[in-house]
Design a protein around this ligand. Structure first.
Ligand code: SAM
Length: 292
């Protein structure tokens, strides 16, 4: 089977199977070998690795992954792509194609069964409509992971990588950085895909922290606080948290916690680092316990 990463070969496969793109599945197939090579190199995949690919499409990147990895599991929701994948991946015996919705699949079980529970690498050109649930689902389900190297909407990559005090900084930046170290690898223009997406794209690598970078006594409370702080960006931290349903403390008590950290009462959430959010959540958690 010829390499799919060039437009003529992708078109030939699509015509042979009379494939119709489904917008609802975020189908934009890669047709640029340079970008494909860059993703594989950035992912750090070696012959030791088990790779989970989300949304193989017609198998373009999967072919590269099969060449580089020990084993690949590719999860594709669109049943019309399954016969195509059987042909395009026919030459490889180290790939399993799973026809399922990645958001419904029991990934920890898959990793247990197919990789003995050892850390995997995730590599994908993601369906953009579910980028955040896929990434957060992978982190929050505590699947053993070394790294996640994915194509996402450029704007989302910028938000994942942003630091305090910038316009892109928010709940997604903090959630991603709590679990991993983000690095944007490349910006990718719409003409590298078929059909062309309306937005710019970027490849980002998230390298999972080996040890927690901050100490949060209660992860759920930390994320409740982060979400509440950015829900109404223009509010001060004290006002944002004082009216948040998940944080049952009066505004005066919240103000006390903020002052205890040596912060001004006019500070906004967007100025706080992840470490400061963790410290604040530990202080608030203690007050909540004391009030019980
Ligand atoms: N990897 C291919 C490539 O680079 O050419 C295709 C990438 S395309 C952006 C996203 C792929 O994800 C499509 O094949 C789409 O059908 C699939 N997909 C969409 N939603 C999915 C879901 N919930 N679970 C699994 N796959 C999904």
């Amino acid at each position: 089977m010829a390499t799919l990463g060039i437009p003529q070969n992708t078109i030939a496969v699509l015509q042979k199977y009379q494939f119709n793109f489904q917008k609802k599945f975020g189908q934009n197939f890669l047709i640029d070998t340079h970008v494909l090579e860059k993703i594989i190199a950035a992912s750090g995949v070696t012959k030791e690795d088990f790779v989970l690919e989300i949304g193989p499409g017609i198998g373009t990147m999967t072919q590269y992954l099969c060449e580089s990895a020990r084993a690949v599991a590719a999860v594709e929701i669109d049943k019309n792509l399954i016969p195509i994948l059987e042909e395009t991946l026919g030459a490889y015996d180290n790939v399993t194609v799973i026809n399922d919705d990645i958001l419904k699949l029991d990934i920890p079980r898959l990793v247990q069964e197919q990789n003995g529970g050892r850390p995997i690498r995730v590599v994908a050109n993601l369906p953009y409509y579910i980028t955040t649930p896929i990434i957060m689902g992978l982190f929050e389900s505590h699947v053993p992971i070394d790294s996640i190297t994915v194509m996402v909407q450029k704007e989302v990559a910028d938000r994942m990588q942003a630091g305090p005090g910038t316009k892109d900084y928010g709940a997604l930046s903090l959630a991603v950085q709590y679990y991993a170290r983000p690095a944007v690898i490349a910006n990718v223009p719409p003409n590298c895909f078929m059909p062309r997406p309306k937005v710019g794209s970027a490849v980002i690598r998230l390298t999972k922290h080996e040890k927690a970078v901050v100490q949060a006594d209660n992860e759920k409370l930390l994320f409740d606080i982060i979400r509440a702080s950015f829900n109404q960006r223009r509010k001060t931290l004290a006002n944002g948290l004082g009216s948040a349903p998940g944080i049952p403390l009066p505004k005066e008590a919240i103000q006390g916690c903020i002052e205890q950290m040596g912060l001004s009462l006019t500070v906004r959430g967007e100025a706080l680092t992840l470490a400061q959010f963790a410290e604040l959540s530990n202080i608030i958690g203690k007050r909540l316990k004391e009030g019980q």
